[in-house]
Design a protein around this ligand. Structure first.
Ligand code: FAD
Length: 399
């Protein structure tokens, strides 16, 4: 009987182990988890509700949701996509709700339902789970050395040890290219008393880093330390590496009216309200934001539209669409972040997740250089690559 070792009991590892055992029940599949309990991160995903996938509706380009791993995901989703994920969990008795923002959650709104579902599938399929088993070294062949001094051997290995902010020491010596890890999905520290006064405000906005191609759109939340919400998290994901290289210091431009033709809007306000004070004509923006922007544009508090010359109109227009700030550090988003970087995708066969250098060595989940914006895309990558790796092992061992 052949042995398969799955290293890491997170979403990708547990899913891969169950899928593999279902594909080839004759295999002996052992899951090695470093901590006391598998799936502890899965249990807290989605604020404890587990946003386990996304309908992908409105996703025009996969590169917008997978800043790293787009090519792999484009291909892999054809083999195991959203519909497959939903039917897999539905067959286990999980019911889903699809939110207006295209995110899928279990109807129970409880991430523990997903954890229990996978745990019971592991038991039912006969996957042996070894906890407190931290892999320290991996030698081709395959020999596994654990931190407690124990050894194991396997005919095939699936590595699913997740994002690795401190690197992947047990892969050293295997000659694999590892893209240096940097955090993604964080919020921005933007020290600005004017922004701080707007704390709690949520508006649709476009963020960009001047001088780069990085821009993001979505709801922007003003916090007491700076900026958060989907627009900020997306930008942190798109520019994860560049922001890390710049020690999280960068210029930031905010377009507060990304959907509006601002010069036409100002012309029309100018024409229709000549005697009204500019500051009290907030147009489509919340009043306190508008007042702050008028002040940043250097407008006199009592100036009326009729008194606004070209220069003032241009200044206001520029403030509304290219309001300039500085990012001066990063903060975590409700403890949620993912790691950009990991095993380079050039190292693996994209259809089987097998190492190109080392036959019978497979990877799945965040240990790979794949990561996504928020919305269930990261877990979908774990399910998809976990399934592909299981399928890859099945083919490698010629079942
Ligand atoms: C707070 C939070 C909330 C999130 N919410 C969502 C969400 O709602 N939707 C979404 O799509 N994504 C979410 N994510 C991201 C998502 O959780 C991850 O992308 C996903 O868990 C990755 O799965 P994985 O199996 O690759 O890694 P992990 O889930 O991190 O699992 C890796 C496992 O490997 C084990 N391990 C590590 N090293 C070793 C070793 N040397 N030996 C043995 N075992 C080892 C770890 O202990 C861990 O159990 C969230 C992330 C966080 C932090």
């Amino acid at each position: 009987m052949e042995d398969v070792a799955v290293i890491g009991g997170g979403a990708a590892g547990c899913f891969a182990a169950v899928c593999l055992k279902r594909m080839v029940p004759q295999l002996r599949v052992t899951l090695f988890e470093a901590s006391e309990r598998p799936m502890s991160k899965l249990a807290v995903t989605g604020g404890g509700r587990c946003n386990l996938t996304n309908s992908f509706e409105g996703v025009t380009s996969l590169s917008k949701v997978y800043p790293r791993g787009e090519r792999l995901m484009k291909r892999a989703l054809k083999t195991f996509g959203v519909a497959d994920t939903l039917s897999w969990f539905e067959a286990e008795g999980v019911r889903f709700v699809l939110q207006d923002d295209h995110c899928y959650f279990p109807a129970s709104q409880d991430a523990m339902e997903i954890v229990r579902t996978l745990a019971s599938a592991l038991r039912r399929e006969g996957v042996e789970v070894r906890t407190n088993a931290r892999l320290k070294a991996l030698e081709p062949g395959w020999t596994l050395r654990f931190a407690d001094g124990t050894l194991a051997t396997a005919d095939a290995v699936i590595v699913t040890t997740g994002g690795a902010p401190k690197g992947i020491p047990f892969l050293e010596g295997l000659g694999l290219e590892i893209i240096p890890p940097v955090p993604s999905l964080f919020t921005f520290k933007v020290p600005s008393p004017e922004l701080r006064a707007l704390m709690g405000l949520v508006v649709p906005a476009q963020l960009s880093i001047p001088g780069t191609k990085f821009r993001s759109e979505g709801p922007l939340l003003v916090t007491d330390w700076g900026l958060s919400g989907p627009a900020a998290l997306r930008l942190s994901s798109y520019a994860a590496r560049e922001l890390a290289e710049g020690a999280y210091q960068a210029p930031l431009s905010i377009n507060w009216l990304p959907e509006t033709d601002v010069p036409s809007l100002l012309d029309s306000l100018h024409a229709t309200h000549p005697q009204k004070q500019v500051v009290s004509t907030s147009g489509p923006l919340p009043r306190r934001l508008w007042e702050m922007l008028c002040s940043r544009a250097g407008l006199r508090e009592d100036i009326r539209w009729a008194e606004m010359g070209h220069k003032s109109l241009n200044r206001l227009s520029a403030t509304l669409t290219q309001d300039a700030y500085r990012i001066e550090g990063r903060a975590k988003f409700r403890e949620e972040f993912v790691t950009a970087g990991g095993v380079a995708l050039s190292e693996i066969d994209l259809s089987t997740m097998e190492s190109r250098r080392h036959p019978a060595l497979f990877f799945a989940g965040e240990v790979l250089d794949i990561d996504a914006i928020t919305g269930g895309f990261n877990l979908q990558a774990a399910w998809t690559t976990g399934y592909l790796a299981a399928n890859g092992v099945k083919s490698r061992l010629a079942w």
